[in-house]
Design a protein around this ligand. Structure first.
Ligand code: ADP
Ligand code: MG
Ligand code: ZN
Length: 558
């Protein structure tokens, strides 16, 4: 038993989030340390009721959420907290790999003793002081989370949570006894994420109405204060094998100690949110060399978002996560077979990390609207051609598939095989550019259908926007991994000497599932319009595929 004055001292220390974390926490087998992490001190201690972090990747956002959760739960009895992230799988990973682990591996298991064994589940963990934390996915459990009457909400990966869900879940703290008398708001919210598109709720409201604190570094050599930018990355011994990049002072060129800084609000007039920008530039364990490498290799948007933590969008996002979620149906499950006729779309992987994505779907009229209902989605890891064909044949049988549409690029072997087995029921889709006639469909060779890429993709985008896609959502984890693909598209206009420019869809993250689903749509179109395979000219079509590409679009075509 400790002497009373030491016990009092300990209790006092536990009231400070930094001391609490250092006294109780370990990470990767070592005591939790804030060394080289001066920027975290204010964030841990900030009493503001609405805190927003805008951050690059791998800058310890989730770890910060985990430690703040523990601090509040353990030091304030009867505290109810909600943790939410967009996807089910992200929530489960946080609970098991971070939160539950941090408790189990606390110093001397000190935090473990207070876990209420009767309330220690995947969805909620209770503590002996009557505090409780709920875990739920914002995409699929949003309704349940809004019903919790709590004191705090922690939003992780908030860039992927819709405005509607954020606002609904925030309401769960509106009756909290924690009250900020100056701002006259109840409860506390903590939002953290990595920026994506400019113009989002995260950008406009959460960050936009915050005081936007940035880390200002003071040069230890000359005293000059500066916010770090790519200009601070300097080079010594350039061109020699001792070449090295480092963070240098803009005034004197001396090497900067990036931990020697302070948070400075750049919009001090904004009081509603307390905002912090976590750029990788300010993380001392991320070297100038590494950032320089990323700068040279990443596309501009990814670099701005994931390294600098800045909102940036070179292009519009045609399908948003709101669009995808509006197409989900919680009462519907994916199927293992089908008695009614279906269509299969296949986007073949190039091997390695890129897998073959298969969608199966059918047409259904629901409440007077013609919809594409998804029956089955698979991220297929088979990369042996024969085995893949055998797998597809089995699916065709089980799902009563009446049309198969695959891509031609990586799937040329499979396309040939499937044609040999199924005849014209199995076709390959090749995207081309039909500048003057984007609706044109042209049959080439024995089993290839050519369509205009932008027009074809536009048709699926429209279906998402009009809620004409139905995504079974009874088991979120089966379908959520594909949502990033559906939303990966970026709208670009290619340079052009004419006034219009050409509309193109690009992507910087994988979009294979979008195309796999688009091939289902193309297949349905084929089935419903019963096209004749008329123009089977014996020509060398390969040399003519790109004939149309350089034609300029007519002003009316887009
Ligand atoms: N204080 C710390 N000391 C050592 N490692 C840490 C610390 N905080 C986080 N990490 C580790 O750094 C990695 C990235 O942290 P994480 O919170 O997942 O980042 P983010 O959510 O920003 O992507 C994780 O492996 C985590 O365990
Ligand atoms: Mg994280
Ligand atoms: Zn200096």
């Amino acid at each position: 038993m400790l002497p009373i004055h030491q016990l009092k001292e300990l209790q006092r220390k536990l009231q400070d989030p930094i001391d609490f974390t250092q006294l109780t926490g370990t990470i990767k087998g070592k005591p939790f340390s804030f060394e080289g992490r001066n920027h975290l001190l204010d964030v841990y201690r900030d009493p503001h009721p609405r805190i927003v972090i805008v951050a690059g990747r791998q800058v310890e956002k989730s770890e910060t959420v985990c430690r703040k959760l523990l601090y509040h739960l353990y030091t304030r009895p009867h505290t109810t907290i909600t943790y939410t992230a967009p996807r089910n799988e992200q929530v489960t990973r946080f609970v098991n790999d971070r939160f539950r682990k941090a408790i189990a591996e606390s110093k001397g298991k000190i935090l473990e003793h207070s876990v209420d064994k009767k309330r220690d589940a995947k969805t909620a963990i209770g503590f002996s002081n009557s505090s409780i934390v709920y875990f739920g996915s914002a995409w699929s459990d949003g309704d349940a989370l809004r019903g919790i009457s709590g004191d705090m909400v922690f939003f992780d990966e908030v860039q992927d949570i819709t405005q509607t869900a954020i606002e609904a879940i925030e309401k769960s703290v509106s009756h909290s006894e924690i009250r900020d008398h100056e701002l006259e708001i109840n409860g506390r919210c903590f939002y953290t994420g990595t920026p994506k598109q400019a113009g989002s709720y995260y950008h406009r409201v959460l960050w936009g109405q915050s005081d936007q604190k940035k880390w200002q570094v003071t040069c230890v050599h000359c005293g000059r204060e500066q916010f770090l930018s790519m200009d601070n990355i300097m080079v010594e011994n350039e061109g020699t094998d001792k070449e090295r990049r480092y963070f240098g002072c803009l005034e004197c060129g001396g090497e900067l100690d990036r931990t020697n800084g302070r948070w400075v609000p750049t919009k001090p007039q904004n009081k509603l949110y307390s905002g912090y920008l976590f750029s990788q530039l300010n993380m001392p364990w991320i070297s100038a060399n590494q950032i320089w490498r990323d700068y040279m290799t990443m596309d501009a948007m990814t670099f701005a978002n994931e390294v600098l933590g800045e909102f940036y969008s070179g292009s519009e996002q045609p399908v948003s996560i709101e669009d995808v979620l509006a197409c989900t149906d919680r009462n519907l499950a994916l199927k293992t077979s089908s008695t009614i006729p279906t269509v299969m779309g296949i986007d073949y992987g190039s091997g390695g990390k890129s897998k073959t994505i298969i969608h199966i779907g059918h047409r259904e009229v629901i409440a007077g609207k013609r919809k594409l209902v998804i029956d089955y989605i698979e991220n297929c890891k088979i990369d042996n051609h024969e085995e893949l064909v055998a797998h597809i044949v089995k699916l065709v049988d089980r799902f009563n598939v009446e049309k198969i549409v695959g891509d031609i690029g990586y799937g040329s072997y499979e396309a040939q095989k499937l044609f040999e087995i199924f005849g014209r029921m199995a076709i390959a889709c090749r995207y081309v550019t039909y500048q003057t006639d984007p609706k044109k469909r042209e049959y080439k060779g024995e089993y290839t259908l050519q369509v205009d890429r932008t027009y074809s993709m536009d048709c699926l985008i429209e279906m998402f926007k009009r809620r004409e896609i139905v995504i079974p959502y009874k088991d979120p984890e089966l379908v959520e991994p594909f949502f990033d693909h559906y939303t990966a598209l970026e709208l670009k206009f290619s340079e052009s000497t004419t006034s219009t420019g050409r509309k193109l869809y690009d992507h910087s993250t994988p979009d294979d599932a979008f195309h796999s689903l688009n091939y289902v749509r193309e297949g349905l179109y084929e089935v419903e319009n019963r096209f004749e395979w008329a123009g089977v000219e014996r020509e060398d079509f390969n040399s003519r595929i790109f004939d149309d590409i350089d034609e300029l679009p007519s002003e009316n075509d887009w």
